[in-house]
Design a protein around this ligand. Sequence first.
Ligand code: FAD
Length: 375
Amino acid sequence: MKEFDYIIVGAGLYGATFAYMAKKAGKRCLVIDKRQHLGGNLYCENIEGINVHKYGAHIFHTSNKKVWDFVNSIVEFNRYTNSPIANYNGKLYNLPFNMNTFHQMWGVNTPNEALAKIEEQKSAINSKMEAEGISKPRNLEEQALLLVGKDIYEKLIKGYTEKQWGRKCTDLPSFIIKRLPVRLVFDNNYFNDKYQGIPIGGYNKLIDGLLENIETSIGTDFFENRSHWESIASKIIFTGKIDEYYDYCFGELEYRTVRFEEQTLNTSNYQGNAVVNYTDSKTPYTRIIEHKHFEMFGEDIDKCPKTVISKEYSTEWKDGMEPYYPVNDEKNTMLYSKYKSLADKENNIIFGGRLAEYKYYDMAPIIEKIIKIFK
Ligand code: FAD
């Protein structure tokens, strides 16, 4: 009999939720992580009384009541509602595109007026493309123009998307944008999900709750002592990079990453909102996050005299940087499928989470998946 049923490599949301469920099922688990903290990308550092999302802003959202009840059984969530603002050359617009945005953009007051304006702009593009003999959008720019027209595209989509991908919209494939929903109501709530919020006290509370009474070891890289970990457990749950697990035998999977420039400011309220997107092309960063607004509302904002902001710069990924977003193009999809075919032959290892499955996962689907595994 081995010392552990499971060695869980990675103390992110996947690893922590898996460990919680496994322990409940009577299994002996050890969770290891190469970072100096638990929580993976959900990790927050407390600065001046503010929980700062060190690996990018995280907002929990789901329509699945089981998932919502599960996370709330670990820690209660607050009523944060994501309603980002766009700043285009100093003029502010509400997001997602809704009646507030259309009023700010064109001065229209009713859904019919807004719809007429959008249709007028879309049909101008349609006629132009027809005249040029273009039957299908050839790139992201043409696709976006056909979906929402010139004003919204140029002021709210173009600059932001080009910074995010590091390429011109005319060089990006049209399939990246399938739909651009417009709302003909005055509703700035970004998500359509039934439930959303932030754990009261921050994400570390969620992770600590999941990992309560479970053995953990931080600053511990699986690959530095691989045979030891394999020898002491019946099964490995691996949430690190799948290409690294197989020693990059087919080549390296690519990512896009984000560089965060963090500042603590001597003001209680810098931008009045958690998320402000900079949608022009001259501002080098894509967003500014003001972390206190995720958890402080009303009078509490001024009771905390300082604030912490992070400017986000979307960057090409190189070795040594944090791998954030998988690049789901043909080349990387093919490469991943080769690693996946090796993984499918393994009996004593489960590959799970965003790095091992080379897949962008929101938090809620991760929990949904693990609930299903244990069912
Ligand atoms: P991770 O959190 O990356 O955990 C993997 C862990 O494995 C890491 O801690 C790593 O150190 C460890 N590890 C890797 N290799 C080894 C090794 N060799 N040995 C030991 N440990 C190892 N989702 C939402 O629902 N809402 C949001 O607003 C949202 N915002 C996001 C913003 C950004 C910038 C990013 C990148 C993602 C965002 N997500 C959001 C998605 C969310 O971060 C993921 O769903 C979640 O982090 C996935 O958890 P995970 O455990 O798979 O991965």
